[in-house]
Design a protein around this ligand. Structure first.
Ligand SMILES: *Cc1c(COP(=O)(O)O)cnc(C)c1O
Length: 401
């Protein structure tokens, strides 16, 4: 027995699934330098343009002067610093929940919450298209794990009827690869009717959604009763890093006692919490960012439909263009690169087989004319790619003959 990594990697390449990391040589923003070239980017999750905001940078710098760099210890030892505490209070107030708990990453928040709440004999029900961190958390929890049809309260109800033990229903708020919204009111009603709890990971909703950026729960007006476990991440619209779980006093105390990814890790640098406090203020207060973003989304959808591209049912900044095959998606992404435009091609297993897509994301820091540049490049690239694919198919048919 030996590890045949070379064969595994070769297979990955042959399947058009090989991943490469573009090298970013500038701060995050619409105009970036990637792999030595200036590019116009439509692929970050910095939806409100806060990742490189001067006031957020200044808060980080001031925080480092005041608190140093490293957290130095876990929260339960002596790494729980003033700014972490202040940020938790601010996030609780922001979400309208009694308490909030800061985690170092969203992946860890999800892992921590699900594994602290569930064990053997319990049930976890997840949307088929949930983020990988939620699926991993469900599998690791040891609970009976089942996936219901995407955003389908009836499919969920069928599984709830057969659930045993403590039951947690888990869903993305805004689906990260599709951009659509979970049908939260209906899902919450089903969960409540069966005595289950609903956990929502709104990584992509906080910031763009809700009148004050309070995400999907603000959008639908759902309280603690409907969504007992609410997760937000700070690396997307907040423009910083980390994550939080918001909920009842008892929930948060339970996580502090039992969530292993909370307990056994060093607290995030306190200066980062200082930066997030500033970005939270901007995210809530500067409604013009959401309005501008909404106008860009409209403009993009209108233009893309005119070109004949297949969009998905989304009014969020996540605007995927459905392509189908991985090779075609890669070809279109490459063609766009030729036009100086960076858009990520998303392939299986991140998305279901046969649904490779270009994941266009818009940000409040884009201008209208930048969106127009994207649309022009898409129109040209789409033509290039479809005609070269047709030529390829002709050539293959020629060989067969
Ligand atoms: C990005 C993301 C995460 C992970 O958050 P990190 O802080 O980047 O680890 C979790 N859930 C969803 C839905 C995400 O999009």
């Amino acid at each position: 027995m030996s590890f045949d990594l070379a064969a595994r990697l070769a297979q990955r390449r042959a399947d058009d699934l090989y991943r490469q990391r573009p090298l970013l040589e500038s701060p995050q923003g619409p105009l970036v330098r990637v792999d030595g070239r200036p590019m116009l980017a439509f692929c970050s999750n910095d939806y409100l343009g806060l990742a490189n905001h001067p006031e957020v940078i200044a808060a980080l710098r001031d925080g480092a002067e005041r608190w140093g760099v490293g957290g130095g210890a876990s929260h339960l030892v002596n790494g729980h610093c003033g700014p972490h505490h202040e940020l938790e209070l601010a996030l609780a107030e922001f979400t309208g929940r009694p308490r909030a708990l800061l985690f170092s990453t969203g992946y860890m928040a999800n892992l921590g919450a699900v594994t602290a709440l569930l064990g053997k004999g319990d049930t976890v029900l997840e949307d088929r298209l949930n983020h990988a961190s939620l699926l991993d958390a469900g599998l690791l929890s040891g609970a009976r794990f089942s996936r219901y049809l995407h955003n389908d309260p009836a499919s969920l109800a069928g599984r709830l009827a057969k659930a045993e033990g403590n039951t947690l229903v888990v869903t993305d708020g805004v689906f990260s690869m599709d951009g659509d919204l979970a049908e939260l009111p209906a899902l919450a009603a089903q969960a409540k009717a069966h005595g289950a709890w609903l956990m929502v990971d709104d990584a992509h909703g906080f910031g763009p959604l809700g009148a004050h950026g309070g995400g999907i729960v603000e959008h639908f007006g759902l309280g603690l009763d409907d969504v007992p476990v609410l997760v937000g991440t700070l690396g997307k619209a907040f423009g910083t890093a980390g994550a939080f779980v918001a909920g009842s006093e008892e929930l948060i105390e339970t996580l502090i006692q039992f969530a292993r990814p909370y307990i056994y890790t060093t607290s995030q640098p306190p200066a980062l919490a200082c930066a997030t406090l500033k970005s939270l203020e901007l995210l809530r207060g500067e409604g013009w960012r959401r309005e501008h973003l909404r106008a860009l989304i409209e403009r993009f959808r209108h233009g893309a439909q005119a070109i004949g591209l297949r969009l998905m049912d989304s009014f969020t900044p996540i605007q995927p263009i459905l392509i189908g095959g991985s090779r075609q998606a890669m070809a279109l992404s490459e063609a766009l690169r030729g036009h100086g435009i960076l858009v990520g091609a998303i392939r299986p297993p991140t998305v279901p087989a046969g649904s490779a897509r270009l994941r266009v994301t818009l940000s409040a820091s884009h201008t209208e004319s930048q969106v127009d540049r994207l649309l022009d490049a898409l129109a040209q690239s789409w033509q290039q790619v479809s005609s070269s694919l047709l030529a390829e198919i002709d050539a293959e048919e020629g060989e067969d003959a």
